[in-house]
Design a protein around this ligand. Sequence first.
Ligand SMILES: *[C@@H]1O[C@H](CO)[C@@H](O)[C@H](O)[C@H]1NC(C)=O
Ligand SMILES: *[C@@H]1O[C@H](CO)[C@@H](O)[C@H](O)[C@H]1NC(C)=O
Ligand SMILES: *[C@@H]1O[C@H](CO)[C@@H](O)[C@H](O)[C@H]1NC(C)=O
Ligand SMILES: *[C@@H]1O[C@H](CO)[C@@H](O)[C@H](O)[C@H]1NC(C)=O
Ligand SMILES: *[C@@H]1O[C@H](CO)[C@@H](O)[C@H](O)[C@H]1NC(C)=O
Length: 245
Amino acid sequence: MGLYYLLILLLCPVNGVVNAYGALDTDPCVTYTAIDEPKRSTAYRANQTWEELLCDENLLSGWYRFVSGAGGEMPINNDIPAYHCGTHIPLYLNGTHPTVEDDVVNRTACGNYLGSLCYQKYQMQVKNCSSYYVYFLIRTRGCSEAYCAGDELECQSGYVSPNGNFTPDCQDLDECTRDVHSCHQICVNTAGSYYCECMDGYILNTDGYSCSQTGASTSANVSDGICKTHHCSLILYFFIYNLIH
Ligand SMILES: *[C@@H]1O[C@H](CO)[C@@H](O)[C@H](O)[C@H]1NC(C)=O
Ligand SMILES: *[C@@H]1O[C@H](CO)[C@@H](O)[C@H](O)[C@H]1NC(C)=O
Ligand SMILES: *[C@@H]1O[C@H](CO)[C@@H](O)[C@H](O)[C@H]1NC(C)=O
Ligand SMILES: *[C@@H]1O[C@H](CO)[C@@H](O)[C@H](O)[C@H]1NC(C)=O
Ligand SMILES: *[C@@H]1O[C@H](CO)[C@@H](O)[C@H](O)[C@H]1NC(C)=O
């Protein structure tokens, strides 16, 4: 029994399972390599002046599933501009996606370049796994060309969405009420960020987060509940003055 399970472990590649007969399951819906690369989105435009472009020149032939929040489907539109999908020549699926019943279908991946809708051409296969697709892809002949997948973008920093922080519906993250800020005293939310303020009698330190007491209320630990107005430190001062005299 123990040896049997050991064998199963040894036979299992990443994402693979052993079927009822102990043979490796070759269903690409089960045995595939996941690619999590949001920049493959058709909506993502690479900044070619400083950003390293995606290139599938070293991609090993095999079944792939695109799993990033940008979306898992290769585009079937042929008008993806250069530098979108994080690469110079974006590769799209020329044709339609299959149904589950179609099983594995042959298709062509095309790269639109120099006025030709299919300047670059690669044989590929697609299978519909009911709730997602897997693609059999081969390496590209050169750089920079890459297979596109999805059409959403990551939310800007400081924004979140119900879709795993991808578009649509990116909304400002309120760091203050969500308690993910570093302010020692008062947190003020802004679009995409926040800043800190201090209560009366305190000044913000240069770190931008912590507060130090100003001279007027040196001995008082002024808590949020007591001091709300600008007169606070003054009142406190007279209170302490009267106590002493
Ligand atoms: C590319 O990045 C550089 C440096 O950050 C920036 O100055 C430039 O405006 C960017 N270009 C585009 C097209 O976004
Ligand atoms: C792309 O698909 C269209 C329609 O199926 C077909 O006519 C055309 O030959 C394809 N192009 C290539 C390069 O496979
Ligand atoms: C897969 O095929 C079914 C029909 O067999 C279809 O309803 C579905 O939209 C297709 N694609 C995905 C990703 O589910
Ligand atoms: C897909 O292509 C392969 C090799 O190019 C071929 O052997 C196979 O018959 C094709 N399948 C279909 C359904 O056309
Ligand atoms: C002020 O009071 C709070 C809580 O009562 C305490 O955590 C903090 O260290 C005090 N600060 C000073 C400067 O005494």
